[in-house]
Ligand binder design. Structure first.
Ligand SMILES: Cc1cc2nc3c(=O)[nH]c(=O)nc-3n(C[C@H](O)[C@H](O)[C@H](O)COP(=O)(O)OP(=O)(O)OC[C@H]3O[C@@H](n4cnc5c(N)ncnc54)[C@H](O)[C@@H]3O)c2cc1C
Length: 282
């Protein structure tokens, strides 16, 4: 029996890995790939960080054993970044080395600005040693345009999202039209120059913009994918997949669902009403 309350089940696939693996199989049957995420962040104890690392290694083994189409997403604060950066990097290396061995990918989710520089630095070091890492950049941050240069120099593999954490004006754009304009500007470049760009958004304006850029620039299929969160716009996942685009769903599981769930409700001021209005819209 899943330990996820009914109101969070829209966004969280289950409490355990077997429940999540089951869900991946269903999505794969609809030509939808997954990026699998173990929920939990800001871990303060290195034993816990090690346990999470082991769970990610097991996840990669299970994905491979079951021949599923799924990579994984991980937050560095789950691997001990708040406690000891060197241990965090060692934990990440264990996951990346398993992913390299199995020919899979590992996305480093981007957390709030206290972690941006350290996450980028760890990603750069990892990209020098492993094939599997990719990083997430956030279009609302003023620094992202410069950070893109660093990612393109490292391995050119990234996900671009708008950004989900509350940030001060000195760090981040505050108005949605400005964030949207910056997202499109950055994405226009990334569709041309990135080795792999993951378009993480539920926003029709972004999806339509990317589709026309992909078409106009003949961006090859293996260089991009659309990504959306589990629980958001399921019919659109199927439409994009049926149009021949790579479609990946970010699928979280685990008992520590509260912080992730709160971000989903808080990321836009209309979101509470929006959730109620759109509960049955696809
Ligand atoms: C795969 C993925 C990974 C992510 N990883 C990170 C990360 O590592 N770090 C981070 O900070 N953030 C991450 N995010 C969150 C992201 O930064 C945004 O907070 C979140 O995606 C909301 O922005 P949006 O562009 O999707 O749409 P919003 O700004 O929420 O919405 C814009 C418009 O999209 C449409 N829309 C949105 N949802 C729906 C719906 N359910 N049905 C119909 N229309 C809808 C509406 O027209 C809405 O007005 C991730 C998001 C995704 C999809």
């Amino acid at each position: 029996m899943s330990g996820i309350p009914f109101y969070a089940k829209r966004w969280v696939s289950g409490a355990t890995m077997p429940e999540a693996l089951e869900r991946i199989s269903t999505l794969n049957s609809k030509k939808i790939s997954v990026t699998l995420d173990l929920l939990g962040e800001n871990i303060t104890n290195l034993d816990q960080a090690k346990a999470c690392t082991n769970e990610y290694v097991l996840m990669l083994e299970e994905i491979s054993k079951r021949n599923l189409s799924s990579h994984v997403s991980v937050k560095l604060t789950m691997l001990g970044l708040d406690v000891n950066e060197d241990v965090c990097f060692e934990n990440l290396k264990a996951i990346l080395s398993k992913a390299d061995e199995l020919g899979n990918r590992v996305a480093l989710d981007m957390e709030g600005t206290p972690y941006t520089e350290r996450t980028l630095r760890i990603y750069e070091a990892a990209a020098g040693q492993f094939k599997s890492p990719e990083i997430v950049l956030q279009a609302y941050l003023h620094r992202t345009e410069k950070d893109i240069e660093r990612v393109l120099k490292a391995n050119g593999r990234m996900r671009l999202c708008k950004g989900a954490y509350k940030e001060k004006p000195e760090h981040a754009l505050q108005k949605m039209p400005d964030i949207l304009a910056n997202y499109k500007k950055l994405m226009q470049r990334l569709l041309k120059e990135a080795n792999r760009i993951c378009i993480a958004s539920h926003d029709d304006s972004i999806i339509d913009f990317c589709k026309s850029e992909i078409f106009a620039n003949k961006v090859p299929n293996e260089r991009y994918e659309f990504q959306m969160l589990y629980g958001m716009r399921a019919k659109t996942w199927e439409t994009l997949a049926s149009e021949g685009h790579n479609m990946t769903v970010y699928l979280p599981y685990g008992e520590h669902w509260q912080a992730y769930y709160s971000r989903r409700l808080a990321e836009r001021k209309e979101n509470i009403f929006f959730v109620l209005r759109n509960l049955f819209r696809d």
